[in-house]
Design a binder for this molecule. Sequence first.
Ligand code: SAH
Length: 234
Amino acid sequence: MSRIWRALTLTIFPEMFPGPLGLSLAGKALGEGKWVLSTLDIRDFATDKHRSVDDTPAGGGAGMVMRADIAAPAIDAARAAMPTDTPTIYLSPRGAQLTQVRVRDLAGGPGVILLCGRFEGVDQRALDARNVEEVSIGDYVLSGGELAAQVLIDACVRLLPGVAGNEASLAEESFASGLLEYPHYTRPREWEGRAIPDVLLSGDHEKIAKWRREQAEKITKEGRPDLWQKLTRR
Ligand code: SAH
């Protein structure tokens, strides 16, 4: 029996969830029990009466750092609540950048435990002691890990069986084959003097497939030479 995919997020803002994950494709699937979302409030692991989770950086400097003695027990509690083979990921600009290949890999597993940082980040000792992998969603800095966690979850959930309405569309979309996707058109047939390319109205499926493939290659070559190189080097 296949297990249900689960995401558990560790955050000081549990009210940010489900957020956008409660709507549209992911939200519908969540409502139907096709995946499970839970949150643990990191503040519940605070030990003082103010429920503080951060402190000033050792060595000085700006900002605050999430304490190891609070982050680590929160990670432990998350791990105890999830299947033992669930990966633990700290969303962090320092991590390896998330790719569709990794998303597919994560979607095929039991789920994810996601640690959302705030402030300047998390005390390194907690990450080392709990052997937490770091994953980035891109080369820019967010104010917290929650949006990044939602990006990762959304990308995974849409690949789960029975979630996307049309699973055939997943095979063709950007990155699935290493290429970016071809352009889309729909009615009206002419709009502001712009026509839908003739070939798409020809009814010739072979010709259409060939055109789409050529477009995908052209778009990838021009827009993302790095992807194109990777593809042609294989
Ligand atoms: N001082 C850190 C940035 C902290 S931003 C640095 O310079 O690397 C606060 C939190 O936002 C981080 O702990 C992380 O959880 C999240 N975050 C910020 N940018 C991110 C990104 N590109 N990908 C994933 N998480 C990110």
